[in-house]
Design a protein around this ligand. Structure first.
Ligand SMILES: Cc1cc2nc3c(=O)[nH]c(=O)nc-3n(C[C@H](O)[C@H](O)[C@H](O)COP(=O)(O)OP(=O)(O)OC[C@H]3O[C@@H](n4cnc5c(N)ncnc54)[C@H](O)[C@@H]3O)c2cc1C
Length: 358
């Protein structure tokens, strides 16, 4: 194996990048290890553009569509309702199973995978693409500078049944410094997936089990946890630069942040789409894939949008974790105001469904 491009990472992004390279006849190998699965519990919500991207790569997955998103501020009367209809779309998002996606990607990239020992022989490599936020995965990733932030929160994710929630609707509620999101996964069984982030001081599995009824009351339904509860420590990391000659970062390795907007992998997929597009253009002009001018074009097209999302998510996180009386007033009024101004509302949702591109 002697590829021009080596992508390094053990998650979804590295394998997706390798497949997109293959589809565009770019010579790429993936330096990876055994996938880490999550007992079928973890889910990912994808916007329609990301979902189509997977289909284009020949990935077929069961997906639960979301046509409406309802966001509440449970300490007040603030609310925003987003509908696919307002955007002229069928759906706003699709919920898929993380393990099923990773398993398919692992199968589809088998012939492109290589081990660390084999890499030593790869003298033809023009560019190394890092796609794993674990900086220990490759020593080369330490060539980049990052800004790190700990949210001091834990996200719990699990499946639950709820009999009175509307089909195809996702709900998100902000209360007592916590963010609770519930999305459909199996309509016939009224099964949902939950991501609930809680300040570290009192974030225990016991707290989750003891307080799930309270959440149900807020959404006017009963909610029962089914199966295992997964735990994720929440932090953010952003690279100051996405590329240096011969090396660049994509997806969570370049930008990882709070899951409150369900945007992490969506941004990663947009990075992959743009970087492979720049590689294609470079090849047609006879340029090296590791040329800093080629890599910078990718950075220019992606960094601003990623930073805007990351800052927006961090601002929302701050807004909904503040005990300040003025901030509480602002967020309550703000939600109601945004709900009444179609231009702002459409801008927010267009951004979330991936329709804003450079
Ligand atoms: C609770 C939660 C909910 C999310 N929901 C969404 C969503 O709805 N939509 C969306 O677009 N994005 C969501 N994200 C973000 C999304 O999961 C990441 O952006 C995406 O997985 C990044 O892909 P990756 O290949 O870069 O990294 P990963 O798929 O995370 O893999 C990177 C590496 O980390 C390892 N790894 C990952 N997690 C663990 C763990 N817990 N323990 C040990 N090893 C681990 C993998 O094996 C791999 O080596 C969510 C993240 C979290 C934490």
């Amino acid at each position: 194996m002697s590829p021009e491009c080596l992508v390094i990472g053990n998650g979804i992004a590295a394998r997706l990048f390798a497949l997109e390279c293959k589809r565009n006849i770019i010579d790429c190998a993936v330096l990876t290890s055994s996938p880490v699965y999550f007992n079928q519990v973890r889910t990912i919500t994808l916007n329609p553009i990301s979902f189509k991207f997977l289909q284009k790569l020949g990935i077929s997955l069961d997906a639960s569509p979301i046509s409406h998103i309802n966001v509440f501020e449970s300490e007040g009367t603030g609310v925003i309702n987003f509908s696919a209809h307002d955007l002229g779309e069928d759906n706003l998002a699709y919920v898929i199973n993380y393990d099923n996606l990773l398993r398919q990607l692992d199968e589809l990239t088998k012939g492109m995978q290589c081990s660390a020992d084999e890499v030593e022989d790869l003298s033809n490599i023009k560019v190394r693409v890092f796609a794993d936020k674990d900086k220990n995965f490759s020593k080369h990733q330490t060539d980049f500078d990052f800004i790190e932030h700990d949210y001091d929160q834990i996200a719990f994710t699990f499946h639950a049944t709820a009999s009175k929630l509307q089909r195809n609707h996702a709900y998100q509620t902000f209360f007592n410094n916590q963010i609770f999101a519930i999305m459909p996964i199996d309509h016939s069984k009224n099964t949902f997936t939950v991501v609930w982030s809680i300040p570290k001081d009192f974030a225990t599995e016991e707290y989750v089990r003891d307080n799930i009824d309270l959440l149900g009351q807020q959404l006017n339904t009963d909610i029962a946890i089914s199966g295992e509860i997964l735990v994720f420590e929440l932090s953010s990391s952003r690279a100051k630069e996405y590329c240096i000659p011969g090396k660049c970062l994509i997806a969570d390795s370049a930008h990882s942040f709070h899951p409150l907007a369900g945007q992490g992998l969506n941004l990663g997929i947009a990075d992959i789409d743009v970087l492979v597009d720049e590689f294609k253009k470079a090849k047609s002009k006879g340029r090296s894939l590791g040329d800093i001018k080629v890599l910078k074009k990718y950075e220019v097209r992606r960094k601003l949008l990623n930073e805007a999302m990351l800052n927006g998510v961090n601002f929302l996180n701050y807004l909904f974790h503040s005990e300040n009386i003025y901030t509480k007033f602002f967020r309550n009024r703000g939600l109601r105001l945004v709900n009444k101004i179609p231009v702002i509302k459409n801008l927010l949702i267009k951004n979330a469904v991936g329709k804003i591109k450079i």
